[in-house]
Write a protein of this length. Sequence first.
Length: 107
Amino acid sequence: MSGGRCSITDYDNQSLSDKLMDGGLGYGSVCFPQEMGKYILLIIFPPLYVLIQQWNSGFDRIDRILVNFLLTSFFYFPGLLHALSLLKCGPMASPNNKNVNPDQCKK
């Protein structure tokens, strides 16, 4: 994936093993969004996602890491919901996105 778009593979000029390695027998390549790794991390271990998010923002709200760790220790789902709420208020909360109000995320 380059520049936000999937690259197109010419399957006619590939061997059988290359076709299998590049996404199947003529079914096309698999293209994942750039944020997919963060989403998987959020599902597997929410406190690590919150830690990385705070690292990227310069640790402006360290309490979010502690709160998420405590919530995750209470049977995982409260921490997952907390991390999902931070995801909504994360990179999508920009002035260009009309679905998320950035002022709601500053509480």
